[in-house]
Write a protein that binds this ligand. Structure first.
Ligand code: AMP
Ligand code: ZN
Ligand code: ZN
Length: 444
């Protein structure tokens, strides 16, 4: 590792920086600028994309490290319910929210992950659903389409990895919604294209490998993501043995990570969160087309259960038709959506807005005849967390900056961003969350 230091001295920062990344890449099997270099280092290492931002600024090198882990769909009570001993040990050694962390509405994956790293409610950062249309209805964001989820123009706010990079601190993402896009023109120093099948232990090991890099390259903010508990919850429901097994399996990944962190002898704070919980789904699909005509694209476009009428008359028509249609959902003109939901100001939300009042699966219409359809999942989420405690998520944090044995009252997930920015000593812009909320969990 000495040669890159020499390179810095001899050739000057700009030239050397490119050399450093190329050298490290060839040693560790990363791809640089998108081109794969197939070298040993495990499944994960060969998929890592390195972006050259130069070394950590000197002022950042002495800072602490934060690993932010998401266990998708891990409900607030799963750790106790399914005896996730390693997460429960984190609660003892650090801070936790025994009654859960409150997700933002809608309690789905992309909006909430992006809220966690921006401190903004979905309608303020712009990722208002998994699938939605642009303000002018001309463009369609789909979380599963790498063209849209990797397009920075959809994303508002300043995610933590961008905030870090902008202040000369290196960051890395082992998956996170938004991490494949250049946001404000900035990507994390290391990231990967999402691959659901990439083995979990390899993910943990790659994160630990990043923390073993020379100080100048070592990322201080790292994300890590696991989907197993969400998958099991959807397929089998929150009370199923398969979901219990997924909880146990991810708890063992937390153990692997904690052991690895202890061996690093670095000041690492570990923060484990989820995006939302899970509830048993009731009944069959509710198709809004049963109550209102949503079939004419010259009048209305749809995405999931979101409705985008072309004019005010059509919006009012849809609202009237859906108003008393079904007790399992409420309909509001967008401006009238209860303000506690923070879902009344962004045209991407559509108008009118449907808010489920029961754990049902709602969509604009069934697929056209002849096209495949499927029954709703056994478990689901997306509902108002104030109505359904089952939507609550988890929060566990431990490390040199976190006080031990702190039990936090339920708090909104917009407050995680200022908490992490504070630990990393980053200057953060004003957001919807406040540093005061999680201050009791911090040592200083
Ligand atoms: P949902 O249950 O609909 O809220 O979405 C969860 C799905 O998002 C899971 O199936 C994940 O596999 C998928 N997912 C999570 N992170 C990403 C990502 N960064 N890129 C693409 N898909 C993702
Ligand atoms: Zn999720
Ligand atoms: Zn899910």
């Amino acid at each position: 590792m000495q040669s890159w230091k020499k390179a810095l001295k001899v050739r000057g920062a700009v030239v050397a920086r490119a050399g450093v990344v190329a050298l490290l890449a060839s040693m560790l099997g990363w791809s640089v600028g998108g081109a794969q270099t197939a070298l040993p280092g495990g499944v994960a290492a060969s998929a890592v994309i390195a972006v050259d931002h130069g070394p950590n600024a000197l002022v950042q090198q002495g800072k602490h490290y934060v690993i932010l882990v998401s266990l998708d769909g891990f409900r607030w009570d799963y750790a106790t319910k399914y005896k996730a001993t390693h997460l429960l040990a984190m609660a003892k050694d650090g801070a936790s929210a025994p009654e859960g962390m409150i997700p933002s509405y809608p309690s789905v994956t992309f909006p909430n992950h992006y809220t966690l790293v921006t401190g903004l409610y979905p309608e303020h950062h712009g990722i208002v659903a998994m699938d939605f249309l642009s303000e002018d209805h001309a463009r369609h964001y789909r979380y599963s389409d790498s063209k849209t989820n990797g397009d920075g123009s959809w994303y508002g706010g300043t995610p933590l990895w961008v905030l870090a990079e902008q202040q000369g601190m290196r960051a890395a993402c082992f998956f996170w919604p938004g991490s494949e896009a250049a946001i404000d023109g900035v990507r994390p120093s290391f990231y990967l294209h999402y691959d659901d099948k990439l083995p979990n232990p390899d993910r943990v090991d790659q994160v630990l490998a990043w923390l073993k890099l020379p100080e100048a390259q070592r990322p201080h903010f790292v994300t890590l993501y696991f989907a197993d508990v969400d998958h099991a919850g959807h397929s089998f429901g929150p009370d199923a043995p398969e979901t219990a097994a997924a909880v146990k399996s991810l708890d063992s990944m937390i153990a692997r990570l904690r052991t690895g962190i202890a061996a690093l002898h670095l000041p690492v704070d570990l923060v484990v969160v989820s995006d939302h919980g899970m509830i048993k789904t009731e009944g069959d699909w509710i198709n809004l087309s049963t109550y209102a005509d949503v079939s004419d694209p010259s009048q209305v476009h749809t995405a999931g259960s979101l409705l985008y009428p072309e004019n005010e008359a059509e919006a009012q028509k849809l609202y009237s038709a859906l108003k008393i249609a079904n007790p399992d959902f409420k309909v509001y003109r967008r401006a009238d959506v209860p303000k506690e939901l923070h879902y009344n100001s962004n045209p991407r939300e559509g108008d009118p807005v449907i808010v489920p009042t029961a754990p049902v699966a709602i969509r604009a219409a069934a697929p056209e005849s002849g096209k495949p359809d499927h029954a709703p999942n056994a478990g689901s989420h997306g509902y108002d967390p104030a109505q359904f405690k089952e939507m609550r998520a988890i929060f566990f944090a431990e490390g040199p900056d976190v006080r031990a044995g702190i039990a936090l009252k339920p708090f909104e997930n917009v407050n995680v961003y200022p908490f992490i920015a504070e630990i990393l000593g980053l200057e953060a812009p004003p957001v919807d969350g406040s540093a005061n909320v999680l201050a009791p969990a911090l040592k200083h």
